[in-house]
Design a protein around this ligand. Structure first.
Ligand SMILES: Nc1ncnc2c1ncn2[C@@H]1O[C@H](COP(=O)(O)OP(=O)(O)O)[C@@H](O)[C@H]1O
Ligand SMILES: [Mg+2]
Length: 307
């Protein structure tokens, strides 16, 4: 596979704040790549440098082999960037805004693509509406459409679903997935970890301006040795057998429900212990670690998420 984006030793500071330190990242053509990290990690700054909207202190970024500073025209054509902040010109309706945006890329007759985008992003009814009358979610979708009018090879979405409702989020992802199947490279930042877990093949986790890990989603999730078991009992009991004391558990007597956290090795031992005990099990549910567990462990966020 060839390289879509190569980020090499990027440093960026705002005054005393080191927003990015020695960031290295290589994204292959055709990947669906996730860039995750808590607020302030530096994700948007990195994307702005890629887009030519912010200056780096040192390092380089190439897009399909072209340097973003030396060859801005070529790299802007290859990239479709959806910024995190929604900025929409209030004087144009969505269709006009998309025509204008096509014009920036020298594309004059882009009606087919514009209609495809308006339909895919469910903006067809609003095609002629004043932009100032669009809801927040609609404006965000228009921003996505704007980034795609020139049919870029690489699509970078910076928190694209913030403020978009669940239904539209799903249709948006169907469309982005289709573009990825057609060969487009997708880079997504999101703080909805489930979204990244469902969509992305490879994930980089950033914190405080540094990349702390890059791996496939499977490897990241498998790196956490954790199984969460939920047991539902048939009988009413006051106390659990003593073997439970070896594990961290919660017992809800009224609901006859036990939640217990185990390692992969302990899981089999535990199941055997339950089997040999007097407990009568009505239902059992075993869940593996999630991307969220990896994220929390690596970013030391612990319980203090902002959601
Ligand atoms: N224009 C700016 N001026 C000063 N500080 C900034 C500016 N943009 C971002 N920062 C700071 O840089 C850090 C990284 O921000 P950002 O790239 O937006 O992170 P993320 O997108 O991961 O939330 C944060 O501490 C943020 O406050
Ligand atoms: Mg951001």
């Amino acid at each position: 596979m060839t390289t879509a984006i190569k980020i090499k030793d990027i440093n960026k500071s705002y005054g005393n704040l080191q927003a990015l330190s020695n960031v290295n990242l290589e994204i292959k053509k055709g990947e669906f790549f996730g860039l995750l990290g808590p607020n302030g990690a530096g994700k948007s700054t990195l994307i702005k440098i890629m887009a030519g909207l912010a200056h780096k202190d040192s390092g380089s970024i190439t897009v399909l082999g072209n340097d973003v500073v030396k060859e801005p025209k070529l790299t802007k054509k290859a990239l479709g960037i959806v910024p995190q902040e929604v900025v929409i010109d209030p004087y144009f309706n969505p269709k006009e805004a998309l025509r204008l945006q096509s014009g920036y890329f020298g594309i004059n007759n882009n009606e087919e693509k514009i209609d495809e985008l308006l339909t895919a992003l469910d903006l067809q009814d609003k095609a002629e509406a004043y932009s100032r009358n669009l809801s927040g979610g609609m404006k965000r979708r228009l921003l996505i459409a704007k980034a795609l009018v020139h049919d870029p090879e690489i699509i970078v979405l910076d928190e694209p679903t913030a403020g978009v409702d669940v239904e539209l989020r799903n249709s948006l992802w169907d469309y982005i997935r289709k573009l990825n199947r057609e060969g487009k490279t997708i880079i997504l930042t999101t703080h909805y970890l489930e979204e990244a877990e469902t969509l992305c093949d490879r994930i980089a986790i950033m914190d405080k301006g540094e990349i702390i890990t890059i791996d496939t989603k499977e490897n990241l999730v498998n790196s956490i040795d954790k199984k969460i078991v939920e047991l539902n009992l048939t009988q009413d009991i006051d106390e659990l057998p003593t073997f439970f004391n070896k594990y961290p558990y919660e017992f809800n007597k009224e609901r006859k429900e036990i939640n217990i956290e185990l390692t992969k090795d302990n899981l089999i031992k535990f199941i055997n212990e339950v089997y040999q005990s007097e407990l009568v099990i009505e239902d059992i549910d075993i869940a593996s670690a999630k991307l969220e567990d990896v994220f929390l462990r690596l970013t030391n966020l612990g319980g203090d998420k902002d959601e």
